[in-house]
Design a protein around this ligand. Structure first.
Ligand code: FNR
Length: 211
């Protein structure tokens, strides 16, 4: 669904989100991987909006992937510390949210690299079985569809049960935020609310099935 799609439910803004350190009982930890390092990234702004809109059953935390060394299989016997830290953070999460821009009709290298690092060694793939969701963001009209679906292809191999609906393609992203990075578009806010609420339900469904 594009950002202009309207949903009928009321949106609830859960401001001042908790971090992993102050989880309430039964809250699910969601690691958020963002495929942009740009200071004014629209994708990061969308992720920040989702963090604020998330219902109390989930806590979304952005995992920094900008410092993750390039993947090189030769380094596995003494893996770089930043690889181990990323793998640990993802293993500690209950679920993963991927927020990505589109670079040349695919995902940016920084996100692909983080996925490759966290997916290895193969027998301890940090994503294995974790519920996931994908949201693509672009200033253009195609809304990152290509990146969104390349990512979904990877998630099949990584055994990430990925939420199918609502699909989330956020286009026209340059027009959605004010100068402080706050979301100003009401229909996008309603769409994101439905997306993150649906993801919270998806997480419970998948984790119940994993028990
Ligand atoms: C882009 N951009 C772009 N946009 C798009 O919709 N489809 C595409 O295939 C590409 N390809 C592409 C390649 C490279 C190398 C760059 C730098 C940019 C434009 C891109 O969507 C835009 O720069 C966004 O603002 C990037 O997302 P963030 O950083 O704002 O989150």
């Amino acid at each position: 669904m594009a950002c202009g799609v309207r949903v009928t439910r009321d949106s609830t803004n859960y401001e001042n989100r908790k971090s992993y350190q102050v989880l309430m009982a039964n809250q699910r930890k969601v690691a958020v991987l963002i495929g942009s390092l740009r200071r004014e990234s629209f994708t990061r702004k969308v992720a920040n909006a989702l963090i604020k809109l998330a219902p109390p059953s989930v806590v979304l935390e952005i995992v920094d992937i900008g410092g993750v060394s390039l993947y090189n299989q030769d380094l596995e016997p003494s893996a770089p510390r930043d690889w181990l830290a990323l793998r640990d953070k993802l293993r500690a999460a209950d679920a993963v949210l991927f927020a990505t821009p589109e670079y040349n009709r695919s995902v940016p290298g920084v996100l692909k690299n983080a996925i490759d690092v966290a997916s290895r060694p193969r027998e301890s793939n940090a994503f294995n079985g974790k519920p996931g969701a994908v949201i693509s963001v672009s200033p253009g009209v195609l809304s990152g569809f290509g990146a969104n679906h390349h990512l979904r292809q990877m998630l099949v191999f990584l055994n990430v049960p990925t939420m199918q609906q609502p699909e989330a393609y956020i286009g026209g992203a340059a027009k959605l935020f004010d100068e402080s990075g706050n979301l100003t578009n009401d229909s996008t806010r309603q769409f994101l609310q439905n997306f993150v609420d649906s993801f919270a339900r998806w997480i419970e469904l998948i984790l119940a099935g994993n028990r």
